[in-house]
Design a protein around this ligand. Structure first.
Ligand code: ADP
Ligand code: MG
Length: 225
């Protein structure tokens, strides 16, 4: 079987007045559908940068990313947006929910780029929210929710399109211990149920230890630990 997500010689540098600032020095891996990885590493190591490259939110300086044989960085911006919408779910440290939209509306936001919030999509959003224990909160605004609840909504939003790739960037970084545990459990369970590839950046060793595979980003390289 060919691997689903493949990174080859992935490099990222930023130009600075003092020359190139090299962040990623050549990241290589091949992951099958259903893989789940925790990624740790010091602050500034390039963990977010790596997720952005994999999710086609940023462009590599060198190297390639392919998901099911498709290279998003070789696409034009329209194709790339469609690729992201179809394949990539992102959960950030901050939930990034729209404050003026209800819980249900927030989960449906990614659908607005496509056919819109069809009855099928709405049913799926309701099901996901039920799955994360928020059925009674569909019409609430994010301000009425706890931090952990907001992050559960953000997870549902990331999963609305049944992404191939679920990328989480310190998803529990702003949560108290109990909420962090709950969100970590949810990510792992939903990843299994939906058969996504899950890459989760975290500073929590406790969360990292719950993943089948652990990697560390250090000196620009990704190493399995
Ligand atoms: N647009 C940019 N221009 C210059 N440097 C950047 C830019 N974006 C990120 N960096 C630098 O790249 C490094 C890696 O950042 P990041 O991926 O956010 O690290 P991490 O998520 O591991 O903390 C940091 O030193 C950061 O300052
Ligand atoms: Mg980061």
């Amino acid at each position: 079987m060919t691997a689903t997500l493949v990174a080859r010689g992935l490099e990222k540098s930023y130009p600075t007045p003092d020359g190139e600032l090299r962040i990623l020095h050549g990241v290589d891996f091949a992951l099958e559908r259903g893989s789940a990885l925790a990624i740790t590493g010091p602050s500034g190591a390039g963990k977010s940068t790596l997720l952005y490259l994999l999710g086609a939110l940023d462009t590599p300086t060198r190297g390639t990313v392919t998901l099911q044989g498709e290279d998003p960085h070789a696409m034009n911006p329209t194709q790339q947006a469609a690729f992201r919408n179809r394949h990539v779910g992102f959960v950030f440290q901050d939930h990034h929910l729209l404050p003026q939209c209800t819980v249900l509306e927030n989960v449906l936001i990614p659908t607005l780029a496509g056919a819109g919030a069809t009855a099928e999509m709405e049913a799926r959003a309701r099901k996901l929210l039920e799955r994360v224990g928020l059925s009674a909160r569909l019409d609430h605004l994010p301000a009425k929710l706890s931090g952990g609840e907001r992050q559960r909504v953000a997870v549902c939003r990331a999963l609305i399109h049944q992404p191939t790739l679920l990328l989480a960037d310190e998803p529990t970084g702003n949560l108290d211990r109990a909420s962090a545990d709950a969100v970590g459990t949810l990510l792992l369970e939903l990843h299994r149920e939906q058969n996504t590839i899950l890459l989760c950046v975290t500073h929590s060793l406790e969360l990292a230890n719950r993943f089948p595979r652990k990697f560390e980003l250090r000196d620009g390289h990704l190493i399995e630990v």
